[in-house]
Design a protein around this ligand. Structure first.
Ligand SMILES: [Mg+2]
Length: 234
């Protein structure tokens, strides 16, 4: 992990005019754990659809996730489900664990150029999440799983779709993500890549890293504090 930096120098990002953020576990910290609620909703959806108990449904859910990148994609391919209905039910969660983050809002606002949310979730979930964090107004647009025609990151075609829809010049762009595999394509497209990791990882970081990724070539920076990282850029 020789070349990975934890603190940016402002000049490293001086030419960046397109700021692309994943949503879950990136714009809010990992420990908020909204995903466990979404995960439970997806299990309940599969259980109802396939008339299974939760344990059996969970096996199907995780198999689709691994084989197709999202549970939704597997359910669409194998069971022809209505994607909107699934997204609505999966994201019917309690957002009260999120509180406004004025410092983060100011740091995002201060970045020069355009800002995007690029998520494998839905626009509605992104709006609810970013709204609860008090940062929604600072984004130019949200690219979600519907815009991606249900093909999730890390598929290369989905990044291409995002970049061409919004005319993003990837050479002058930066991508922030909590999943290392979702930074592979951005790096290949010439983007600056920033990996968000859970807080208080020190001591276990190397072990965690080894579980996450075979290679770190596509990660330029690692941070456990998005606000501090962004404030260092302007
Ligand atoms: Mg994420």
């Amino acid at each position: 992990m020789a070349q990975i930096k934890t603190a940016p120098s402002p000049t490293d990002f001086a030419d960046v005019r397109e700021w692309v953020f994943d949503l879950d576990n990136t714009l809010y910290p990992h420990h908020v754990d909204l995903f466990s609620q979404i995960d439970r909703n997806m299990t309940a959806y599969v259980a109802a659809l396939l008339r299974m108990d939760r344990e059996a449904a969970r096996v199907v859910q995780k198999r689709y996730y691994h084989e197709h990148g999202t549970t939704l994609q597997g359910l669409m391919i194998h069971h022809g489900i209505d994607a909107d209905d699934f997204l609505e039910k999966a994201h019917a969660i309690d957002y009260t664990g999120l509180v406004p983050q004025p410092e983060l809002a100011a740091a995002i606002k201060a970045l020069p150029g355009r800002k995007f949310i690029f998520t494998n979730g839905s626009v509605k979930h992104a709006q609810a999440t970013a709204g609860a964090l008090g940062i929604l107004d600072h984004f130019d647009d949200i690219f979600d799983i519907v815009a991606a025609e249900y093909v999730p990151k890390p598929a290369g075609s989905t990044y291409d779709k995002f970049a061409s829809l919004h005319r993003v010049d990837t050479k002058n762009a930066a991508m922030f993500e909590d999943l290392p595999r979702n930074l592979n394509v951005p790096k290949a497209l010439g983007m600056r890549t920033v990996l968000l990791v859970p807080q208080n990882l020190e001591g276990t970081f190397t072990e965690w890293w080894e579980r996450q990724s075979d290679s770190d070539d596509h990660v330029d920076y690692v941070t456990d504090d998005l606000t501090t990282f962004l404030k260092a850029l302007v």
